[in-house]
Each structure stands twice: as C-alpha cells, then as structure tokens.
Design a binder for this molecule. Structure first.
Ligand code: IMP
Ligand code: MG
Length: 184
C-alpha cells in the first residue's frame, strides 16, 4: 500500500498490523478457554475500542452478545481530565451478566475505574477488563487489566482505533506521532 499522509506524520511504529493480529488471536484463545459455555457480554468502550472489538470477537468464537457504551474524558488533548461522562449509555439490562469490557488503552485508569463501578451498580455478575494496551506508569486509580495485549511506555500513541484530536484511528498499526504534529 502507498504511504499515506498519515504515515508521514508518524515518528515510529510500536506494534505492526501483523504483531497486533497475532496477539489478538492469543487473547481470543485465552478468553475462549475462560468463557466457553458462559455466554458473556462483550462490552466495547467507544470510540477507541471499535477496531479492537471487531477483531477480538472474531478471534473468540463463543456464544456471546455485543454492547457498546461511549464515554468521554478528553478535551481533544493528550491527557485525561479525570471526569468521565457517559455520552451513549447501555441499551440493555446487564443484571447478572458476565461482562467482558473491551478497551483500547488503560492509562490513568479513570475511565475503567468509573465503568467497573458503573457496571457493578447496574447489577453485573462480573466485570473482566480486557485492554489492547496498558500504560501502567500513568495510573492514578487502582484498576488493573485482567488481560492486556501490550504494555506501552509513557508516550501518546495513535492508530488501530486510538486517536489524536479524533484523527489517526484508521491507521492499521500503533505508533507515535512526530512532535511537530501536536504543534500544528
Ligand atoms: P484513562 O481514563 O486515562 O485510563 O484513559 C482512557 C482513555 O483515554 C482511553 O480509552 C483512550 O481513549 C484515551 N487515551 C489514553 N492514553 C491514550 C494514548 O496514548 N493515545 C490515545 N488515546 C489515549
Ligand atoms: Mg477510549
């Protein structure tokens, strides 16, 4: 494929399309072993998880259904405001459901800390946190991933669903932008 305008904004690639695909298959296999015969609800956190969600559910062929919630805590910047707002709520009752939360990245932990409590107050039986990326160095809330694809250093990453100012979500790999992109 030809190098796109977006590729030119990229300083480096952290994880290639092939590496991501292979890791997601491993995660899918693990989830299969854990949840076969249990009919869990895959619950994607929008918007960042939309590509990961599509890939992980196909990598895990178990009887399950799918739901989304959308939250926002960012004001088009690169750090979290700490205040989590639900911008699109659950469209179904999750009482007694085993929830597998699908998240793009676990950073400060504000989002997942809020969501785990929210799902429990809505009556979930269990909440399992599955994140593609984990940035443990930035954690401010006591929340851990039950399963994480890759650990990333304290750098702002984009691609494979993750954005900078709503852009770059459609890059097929995960990378770091050139510093000049942020000052544009
Ligand atoms: P947290 O609430 O700080 O854990 O962050 C959760 C959300 O912030 C993620 O779901 C992402 O949407 C966003 N986020 C955190 N770090 C990054 C990053 O490095 N790149 C893009 N988005 C990020
Ligand atoms: Mg997100």
């Amino acid at each position: 494929m030809a190098k796109s305008m977006m590729d030119r904004d990229m300083l480096k690639v952290l994880y290639s399309e092939e590496q991501i695909k292979a890791r997601i298959q491993e995660m899918g296999d693990e989830l299969y072993e854990q949840f076969k015969d249990r009919n869990p609800l895959f619950l994607g956190v929008l918007k960042g998880s939309f590509i990961f969600m599509a890939d992980i559910v196909r990598a895990c062929q178990i009887k399950s259904d799918i739901e989304f919630i959308a939250v926002s805590s960012y004001q088009n910047g690169t750090s979290s405001s700490g205040v989590v707002q639900i911008t699109h709520d659950l469209q179904q009752d999750i009482t007694d459901r085993e929830i597998i939360v699908i998240e793009d990245i676990l950073d400060s932990g504000n989002t997942l800390y809020f969501l785990k409590n929210y799902f429990m107050t809505k009556g979930a039986k269990s909440v399992t946190v599955v994140t593609l990326l984990d940035k443990p160095s930035r954690r401010v809330k006591p929340v851990k991933a039950d399963m994480a694809g890759f650990e990333v250093p304290d750098e702002f990453v984009v691609g494979y669903g993750l954005d900078y100012a709503q852009q770059y979500r459609n890059m097929p790999y995960i990378g770091v932008l050139k510093p000049e992109v942020y000052s544009k």
